[in-house]
Design a protein around this ligand. Structure first.
Ligand SMILES: [Zn+2]
Ligand SMILES: [Zn+2]
Length: 386
């Protein structure tokens, strides 16, 4: 029986508790991963705050990075000893997965949010009872975890796992919205605005900057919008050419139009999930402009489009999950950008011990830290021979 140190959430609106838990037997599609680090994402906090429904007690965490200690009989994408980044889970069997569009897997909701294995069982026990897990196929708020094979992406052993942990969700989503959804090079896109400069929005700006450096005339205008001057300063350091603070600007839409001039705004990404911001984003688009939503509003939220200017301007609006990223291909691409020093995600990070998790969540909510990363104690001794 493998045991682990996990951050257990006993009920909505409670604190995370550091507890010893027991892992169940490895299933054929699972990988036993010894975690080195796990990023904290707003989605974890939304579950904690009851904004996303869950069954408790549960172990969350979905930006894990670690070392493979054992693989199930049907696993062929990773081997014992491999270093892996963990991302969302997908079935690998539906039509979308078979076409490489794993981010739109028909089982996306159940495999990532149901907090149980695909067969409905729990991967862990705590105090002699079932403990919900397999959140995003991983529940990586744990020093060791049973992870779905499709969540595992191999990474070179010389890369720093603690720095790369957030790649699997936040960074992939933000950078993917630029690379995979807007596809600025194919579109000949000159301007983009990014609303909300947290972990996801920062990654979108980094990606936009890389593209602008590699392709003359593409994304020459990168606009960041945020209520915090500190975040706007960060956006400038990461590559924003212009910043707008709605708290000191009468009309964000007009401010965008002043920057983009008569050609109009061509691309936009909302990372805030605030409906009023999404509505403004559509209005701000120029002819042929494309807007992407990646920030999640409350489940019942509805945005609105004034249809005539939408038609007349040939505008489009689309949702994107995980930045339309096939993680087995896109994460290695992002790791390479990191290796080249072009994805400075460490600037956003602060590391915490597992016992400091509630402090980490508070710092994130107060806006003091963009990306908290939990570092796990070594569990190697009990795993040798597994
Ligand atoms: Zn996330
Ligand atoms: Zn699928």
């Amino acid at each position: 029986m493998v045991t682990a140190t996990a951050l257990v959430l006993e009920a909505a609106n409670s604190n995370f508790q550091v507890e010893r838990v027991e892992l169940k037997r490895l299933q054929p599609e699972e990988v036993l991963v010894e975690l080195r680090a796990t990023g904290v994402c707003h989605t974890d906090i939304s579950v904690q705050q009851g904004k996303i429904e869950a069954v408790f007690p549960v172990v969350l965490g979905h930006e894990g990075a670690g070392v493979v200690r054992e693989v199930g009989a049907n696993v062929d994408n990773v081997q014992v000893g491999d270093h892996v980044l963990l991302s969302y889970s997908y079935c690998n069997q539906c039509r979308h997965c078979q076409r490489g569009k794993t981010y739109q897997c028909v089982k996306m909701a159940e495999r990532n949010f149901a907090a149980c294995r695909p067969d409905g069982s729990s991967p862990m026990e705590w105090r002699g009872a079932s403990l919900r897990g397999c959140f995003f196929g991983q529940s990586s708020f744990s020093s060791v975890a049973l992870v779905q094979a499709t969540s595992c992406v191999k990474v070179d052993k010389d890369m720093p796992l603690a720095s790369l942990a957030p790649l699997g969700c936040g960074v992939q989503t933000g950078a993917g919205a630029v690379y995979n959804v807007l596809r600025p090079v194919d579109a000949g896109m000159k301007s983009v605005v990014i609303f909300g400069i947290g972990g996801v929005g920062s990654a979108a700006i980094m990606a936009a900057k890389v593209i602008s450096e590699d392709h003359a005339g593409i994304l020459t205008t990168i606009i960041a919008v945020d209520l915090s001057e500190e975040r706007l300063e960060l956006a400038k350091q990461l590559g924003a050419t212009h910043v707008i603070n709605p708290s000191t600007t009468e009309s964000v839409v007009e401010a965008i139009h002043r920057i983009t001039g008569p050609d109009g705004l061509e691309g936009a990404i909302d990372c805030t999930g605030v409906v009023a911001v999404i509505n403004d984003m559509i209005v701000a688009l120029g002819p042929g402009g494309r807007a992407v939503t990646i920030g999640a509003p409350p489940a019942s939220a509805k945005m609105s489009i004034q249809v005539f200017p939408f038609i007349n301007g040939c505008k489009s609006y689309e949702g994107s999950n995980a930045g339309n990223s096939n993680s087995s291909e896109f994460l290695p691409f992002l790791v390479e950008l990191f290796r080249q020093g072009r994805l400075p995600i460490e600037m956003l990070q602060r590391t915490y011990k597992p016992t400091e998790v509630n402090e980490a969540v508070a710092a994130m909510l107060e806006g003091k830290v963009v990306k908290p990363v939990i570092l796990w104690p070594e569990e190697q001794s009990q795993l040798v021979g597994n």
